[in-house]
Write a protein that binds this ligand. Structure first.
Ligand code: HXC
Length: 275
């Protein structure tokens, strides 16, 4: 797409850091909700750096369009940015249509759009609870629903971005815990119903990942050092740590893996409650 020396050098630098073959994703097309920023931007970048083209979907039009341009420039693959809201399935259906017009197929889907804030139960309204369930759980269903026919055609693969906070009782996170538990359960059902049709479905559960909006919102700065020292692997994760797991799950190396949750958290959740 772009042939500038800078972008080629950048793509090569990305691949040097990668253990995966540089053309692993060549000819493939990814459709990514929440791809305009954070973890899902980073996964898209690595899929593209390994040869895939992509469509990213997000609520803020200017943001998702500039992110698509940046991804194309950085990786040399092609990305389109489409705005819409995962709570409104018609916006996803239109985006899928546009993606097929542009690229002709969808092989990989990431349901990554999410909403979160810290709130105690006595500060959580019915609408606040519903809002997070609608973005995370209904949004994952809508993403599945609007892309599954394309995935059946390509024998493709779906990844939902989950979390680890619902494995324990996490204060201030009742809404997100309920929403992500629903995502895990839903993905298991997709794996069982669509396995016979050649589609794999898995979750990735990121732990504390540096440089994400989630961590900025959830972890008070003064607790970061103490928290890090309690993580078994003694550091926050990077966005690439999540991207490598996504590349594995989308690759033929994972062709017998479906209905799973890959926890990528440095062992953090085993220590939850300790801080
Ligand atoms: C209590 C709150 C609140 C807060 C919003 N609400 N923030 N209640 N405490 N801090 C309530 C509102 O008062 C309202 O209820 C209801 O939630 C809906 O709020 P809106 O602002 O109208 O919703 P909307 O504009 O749709 O925005 C959705 C949002 C927002 C989730 C509230 O924060 C958002 O757009 N977030 C997207 C980005 C994001 O959150 N990224 C982080 C993802 S991290 P009432 O009753 O007043 O009408 C992540 C990681 C999870 O998901 C795992 C971590 C380890």
């Amino acid at each position: 797409h772009t042939t500038s020396l800078d972008s080629l050098l950048h793509a090569m630098a990305q691949q040097t850091a990668s253990v995966f073959r540089p053309d692993l994703m060549k000819g493939k097309v990814a459709f990514v909700t929440g791809g305009g920023s954070g973890i899902c931007y980073g996964i898209t970048k690595q899929l593209m750096a390994h040869g895939a083209n992509a469509a990213i979907f997000g609520r803020r039009k200017a943001n998702v369009e500039s992110a698509a341009q940046e991804l194309s420039k950085e990786t040399g693959s092609k990305c389109i940015g489409i705005s819409g809201d995962v709570r409104k399935i018609e916006t996803l259906e239109a985006a899928v249509k546009q993606t097929i017009e542009e690229f002709g197929r969808i092989d990989f889907v990431i349901a990554g759009a999410a909403g979160n804030f810290l709130a105690p139960l006595d500060g959580l309204s019915s609408n606040a609870f519903r809002t997070v369930l609608e973005i995370d759980t209904l949004g994952t269903f809508n993403t599945f629903k609007s892309t599954i026919d394309e995935l059946v055609k390509t024998k493709g693969s779906l990844i939902a971005i989950s979390a680890t906070l619902h494995y324990t009782g996490m204060p201030l996170q009742a809404h997100v815990s309920a929403a992500k538990a629903g995502v895990d359960a839903f993905i298991r059902a997709v794996a069982v119903e669509y396995g016979p049709r050649g589609v794999r479905a898995n979750c990735i559960a990121p732990g504390p990942i540096a440089g994400t909006e989630g961590m900025d919102r959830l972890m008070p700065k003064e607790l970061v050092d103490k928290h890090t020292s309690m993580i078994p692997l003694q550091r926050y994760g990077s966005i690439d740590d999540i991207a490598w797991t996504a590349l594995f799950l989308f690759s033929p190396a994972a062709s017998y893996v479906t209905g799973t949750v890959s926890i990528v958290d440095g062992g953090d959740w085993h220590m939850s409650g300790a801080i």
